[in-house]
Design a protein around this ligand. Structure first.
Ligand SMILES: Nc1ncnc2c1ncn2[C@@H]1O[C@H](COP(=O)(O)OP(=O)(O)OP(=O)(O)O)[C@@H](O)[C@H]1O
Ligand SMILES: [Mg+2]
Length: 281
């Protein structure tokens, strides 16, 4: 990767959900691409450890993954340089770096939370933005990532009642963890898709208006995945391309300041796990 001249403290933007197939990977890839196009140094981390799709969607063949980082940290500790394990993605003027998910299931199973936290914090010193794609569960790793995140985009779709139920549980759980309002943004993906579930019910279930609503466009989403080019780069002029860009712009171009110092302090020292499960971190 490009030589670093200064130490920075990049923002971590995490795409999370409690429902599957809501667009976490598609939106995180496009966020990374849009920020890269704007000239920021960007790293996209695939924390869907078992079934990561980032490299599939971008048609990358990584030589190193988070499993190698874990090994490197075990061997070299703080002397492990996480930038040695990145895979570059280049499309015309946009370049960003991918920290790939493990290639084998057994490697994924053996990933531990502590080295992944160390990896993320080191990446923050190298990149303006660390964008994280996750899985749809309150795993120990996801909770640690949510804790470290500057902004959490909680994604949902309006398809079936079980999805809405899972979103509601996820949203309630996040609320109970006392995140400040600036950190957590609820985004509805494919908002204009056909559904029997009224928008009013969605809003009521989630207890507030959506921060942003992304339109449905299967053709553009599929074309982008087939070509391996994020759609903000290949289909910028479409409604979905524009809406993705707007989401990225809105969620990054404002300074993040915790509303309440005591909450920020609590997040730093207690962590999600201890608040959820009573000090088991
Ligand atoms: N706004 C959209 N319009 C149309 N299709 C979309 C949109 N967003 C995502 N998709 C499609 O939905 C499918 C699921 O998207 P994606 O893989 O990003 O979801 P995910 O939340 O990462 O899923 P998983 O839980 O399996 O990791 C993909 O085929 C993607 O192209
Ligand atoms: Mg995914």
């Amino acid at each position: 990767m490009a030589e670093q001249q200064e130490t920075i403290n990049g923002a971590i933007i995490t795409y999370f959900s409690t429902a599957s197939a809501v667009g976490k990977t598609l939106v995180s890839i496009n966020s990374a691409a849009e920020l890269a196009r704007e000239g920021y140094r960007v790293c996209l981390v695939d924390f869907d450890l078992q079934f990561g799709d980032v490299c599939n969607y971008l048609q990358l063949l990584p030589e190193s993954t988070v499993a190698d980082v874990q090994q490197g940290i075990a061997t070299s500790g703080a002397d492990c340089h996480v930038e040695d394990y990145l895979t570059p993605y280049v499309h015309e003027a946009a370049t960003f770096y991918v920290m790939a998910s493990p290639l084998k299931l057994e490697e994924a199973y053996n990933i531990k939370t502590a080295p992944m936290k160390a990896m993320l914090t080191q990446l923050q010193t190298l990149f303006d933005y660390v964008v994280v794609d996750t899985t749809s569960m309150f795993s120990e790793l996801n909770l640690a990532v949510l804790d470290l995140s500057t902004v959490v985009i909680f994604l949902g779709i309006r398809d079936f009642f079980p999805t809405i139920k899972n979103m509601s549980i996820g949203n309630e759980t996040l609320k109970n963890l006392h995140y400040d309002q600036n950190k957590l943004r609820i985004v509805l993906n494919r908002g204009d898709s056909q559904s029997d579930i009224p928008m009013g019910l969605m809003v009521k279930t989630l207890g507030g208006e959506f921060y942003h609503i992304l339109p449905n466009d299967f053709r553009v989403a599929n074309e982008s995945i087939k070509s391996g080019v994020p759609l903000v780069l290949s289909h910028e002029e479409t409604k979905l391309g524009q809406s993705l860009r707007e989401l990225v712009y809105r969620s990054t171009n404002q300074d993040y300041a915790p509303e309440d110092e005591s909450v920020a302090e609590h997040e730093m020292h207690g962590g999600f796990l201890s608040r959820l499960f009573g000090g088991r971190e």
